[in-house]
Design a binder for this molecule. Structure first.
Ligand code: TXA
Ligand code: MG
Length: 341
């Protein structure tokens, strides 16, 4: 490529062009590459290379029955991978891609039976998304591959929102880490089951039920996982996002929470709106839902670094992005929530 052209492309990219090409070539050669997306960092590999995909599961310690999201850079790849997707998927793609929405669809029958999951298993469906982060899309383009990428944390740890978090989790492994700075959103994509007549949200995220309803003109069921049914999204059944210390979510007035915490010894407190200035081990998550989403996982990791013994987190209002934030907080707290007012 002539020098002037390299310079032109360099100007358009956030990350060095050499790094992007190296990352793309590494994925093509079967290596693991961690890269930023707008939600969290992903641990990527060529989705059609069975040993590379097996290496993702091994590096993360991820159960083999938990499938991987396939990351693409161009909508035409969606139609190459998906078998007769329902018409509403086109509306969702037009509205939300590139972006934090993963569409779970049936696979084209000619695809290898394991693609989208562990090479020793079989999957009938695949989750697909186009990330909004330019570095992520450039790497996917440069690799020429469909890139399977779970969040780049070891299983059970909070998802990584900086390159440093990825390095902390995979210190001893030979993984290329592309540093694109802190992510924009901070929590993972909305996962939407698009295999039926009506879409079903399997994992809440920035793209909410109301946004999907407005884009499709359809009314979604209020229950994302019908009771008693086998989990449609295997990832939802595992302990997730968990800090090492036990965590409890608190709802109630500041005064009631202060009284409740009065006899706790050195608790770590995750607050919103900078409340509770009296506590030494306080981490303020932010003043808006956007800020809270961006800071949550780093705060959980900081609790681990500090050797926190007990963590208490203020609940956030369950509306809009707050639904996804509470979903992640409840997982981190293993369902513990107390109303103290
Ligand atoms: O924002 C995100 O989604 C990030 C970035 C890196 O793209 N990725 C991510 O991947 O969070 P992971 O593997 O940590 O979570 C993917 C979730 C899991 O709960 C998994 O079970 C579900 O998506 N999933 C993937 N493929 C699926 C499928 N075919 N059917 C049902 N659920 C699926
Ligand atoms: Mg994950």
């Amino acid at each position: 490529m002539p020098m002037w052209q390299r310079k032109e492309i360099q100007k358009m990219l956030r990350c060095g062009i050499d790094e992007i090409f190296k990352a793309g070539a590494a994925i093509k050669a079967g290596r693991l590459v961690a890269f930023p997306t707008e939600t969290v960092y992903g641990l990527g590999a060529d989705a059609f290379n069975p040993s590379a995909v097996a290496a993702i599961y091994a590096a993360k310690g991820r159960p083999g029955d938990n499938p991987l999201i396939l990351h693409i850079a161009d909508p035409s790849d969606f139609y190459r991978l998906a078998a007769s997707p329902p018409a509403y998927t086109t509306k969702l793609i037009e509205q939300f891609w590139p972006g934090a929405l993963t569409l779970v669809v049936r696979k084209q029958p000619q695809l290898p039976p394991w693609v989208g999951g562990h090479p020793l298993g079989q999957t009938e469906t695949i989750g697909i998304r186009i990330p909004a982060n330019q570095v992520a899309r450039d790497i996917i383009h440069a690799s020429g591959c469909v890139v399977a990428a779970p969040s780049a944390n070891t299983a059970g740890r909070p998802s990584p929102t900086t390159a440093q978090h990825v390095q902390d989790d995979f210190q001893s492994l030979d993984i290329m880490v592309i540093d694109g700075g802190a992510v924009n959103l901070g929590i993972e994509s909305t996962v939407l089951d698009a295999t039926g007549e009506i879409p079903v949200i399997l994992r809440p995220g920035q793209i909410t039920v109301a946004m999907v309803e407005a884009a499709t003109g359809m009314r979604l069921s209020a229950v994302s996982q019908p009771a008693g049914e086998k989990p449609r999204s295997p990832g939802m059944k595992y302990r997730h996002y968990a800090p090492k210390a036990p965590m409890t979510i608190l709802t109630g007035t500041d005064e009631a929470i202060t009284n409740y915490l009065a006899n706790k010894k050195n608790p770590h407190i995750l607050t919103i709106n900078n409340s509770f200035p009296q506590y030494k081990n306080k981490i303020n998550l932010g003043n808006s839902l956007d800020e809270i989403a961006k800071n949550l996982y780093a705060a959980l990791r900081k609790c681990d670094q500090d050797g926190a013994r007990e963590i208490y987190a203020q609940a956030v209002p369950e509306e809009g992005l707050g639904i996804a934030i509470m979903d992640r907080m409840l997982k981190a707290a293993e369902g513990r929530i107390e109303n103290v007012c």
